[in-house]
Design a protein around this ligand. Structure first.
Ligand code: SF4
Length: 355
């Protein structure tokens, strides 16, 4: 049975025929409100609701186990219709503002050496409905844990720009003011550097905030850390980022995961500074979040020391760059950046809302 969550309004009008278009618009609105059954669509007639429930479903995914961290982060396992799994995360700041972090793939084909998801391999792309539903699930968690979810980051499992068609479709549904109506300015998509995808997104939209996970601005090291990098040289990526900026007028975030003793030296910082020249960027430093068993060139990966982080940030600031440091949220539940994928491997119990 087809789930309706992945249909933009114009398509919904077509497939719900002979339901009148104005009623299809109501169905679209009800889906965005997060109803679980057609019986809850009280503005439709009883017969209409029964007919719809015979033909369609509203969700193709289910919430699975969850883990709540003391810092307010909640990691949620999502069961897909074919029993594959993916993960989404609720992030909350000190003011209680909620951000949903969703996945675009089950597993990931890029295989970054510092990322848990990358070590799992690739299962499949998610469709638009599976992405929209992750947002709805996380919004429900937000309500349960006492806060609104107003922002979305597409930084979970997978490389979003390798699933660009479904990502654009999901983003179109999520930003549609007749439904969820989340502004594109509140949505950030993070890529490991798929130059063609960046250009395509710039051309076809919707205009979202873009983050590029740089990892190293020295080609040789980057190609080793981010295996997909070999097909996307830094020069091409930089040109694509410039094009994105030209088209959207938006500042881009350069994410720099810092790996202790590996990419934190002055030579690395200088390469990042040079890469950023000519772009309007903010550099977001992400101290690597530990994942057991990940190694590089025969050596276990290490967290960067506070001194390494500080020296790196100072170098970039002295070079005139805006630098932020990502606050480590979700580490207690392996829900921080680069740690997703562990829910499939550990037994978890449902946890209660954080005080
Ligand atoms: S960091 Fe992102 S692109 Fe790299 S393996 Fe992990 S999920 Fe994939």
């Amino acid at each position: 049975m087809r789930s309706l969550s992945g249909f933009p309004l114009d398509e919904l009008v077509q497939i719900l025929s002979p339901l009148p278009p104005y009623k299809s618009r109501e169905v679209f609105k009800w889906i965005s409100r997060g109803v679980h059954g057609f019986q809850d669509m009280t503005s439709l007639g009883k017969q209409e609701r029964e007919e719809l429930s015979r033909r369609f479903s509203l969700r193709s995914t289910e919430q699975g186990s969850r883990l709540a961290d003391r810092d307010g982060t909640v990691k949620l396992q999502i069961t897909l219709c074919d029993a594959a799994g993916t993960e989404a995360v609720l992030l909350r700041d000190k003011e209680g503002r909620g951000t949903a972090c969703i996945s675009t793939q089950a597993g990931c084909p890029v295989g970054c050496v510092f990322c848990k998801t990358g070590s799992l391999g690739f299962l499949r792309n998610l469709d638009a409905g599976e992405m929209v539903e992750q947002f709805l699930h996380i919004r429900e968690l937000g309500t349960e844990y006492g806060g609104e979810v107003s922002h979305l980051v597409i930084m979970g499992m997978g490389e979003p720009l390798l699933n660009l068609g479904e990502l654009r479709r999901a983003a179109g549904i999520i930003t549609d003011p007749r439904g969820l109506g989340i502004s594109g300015r509140r949505i950030t998509v993070s890529t490991s550097g798929i130059a063609g995808g960046i250009r395509e997104l710039a051309e076809s939209g919707p205009p979202l905030r873009l983050a590029f996970s740089l990892s190293s601005a020295r080609e040789e090291l980057r190609n080793a850390l981010v295996p997909s990098g070999t097909g996307n040289p830094l020069k091409r990526i930089k040109e694509a980022l410039g094009y994105y900026q030209e088209k959207t007028g938006q500042r881009i975030t350069l994410e720099m995961v810092l790996l202790g003793g590996l990419n934190t030296g002055a030579e690395e910082a200088a390469a990042v500074r040079d890469f950023a020249q000519g772009l309007d960027v903010v550099v977001n430093l992400i101290p690597w979040n530990p994942v057991e068993g990940l190694r590089f060139r025969g050596r276990a990966l290490q967290e960067p020391s506070p001194a390494e982080i500080e020296a790196f940030a100072r170098f970039l600031r002295q070079g005139g760059l805006n630098v932020t440091r990502r606050f480590r949220r979700g580490r207690g539940v392996a829900g921080a950046c680069g740690q997703l994928g562990s829910l499939r491997r550990v037994d978890m119990e449902r946890t209660s809302p954080v005080e």
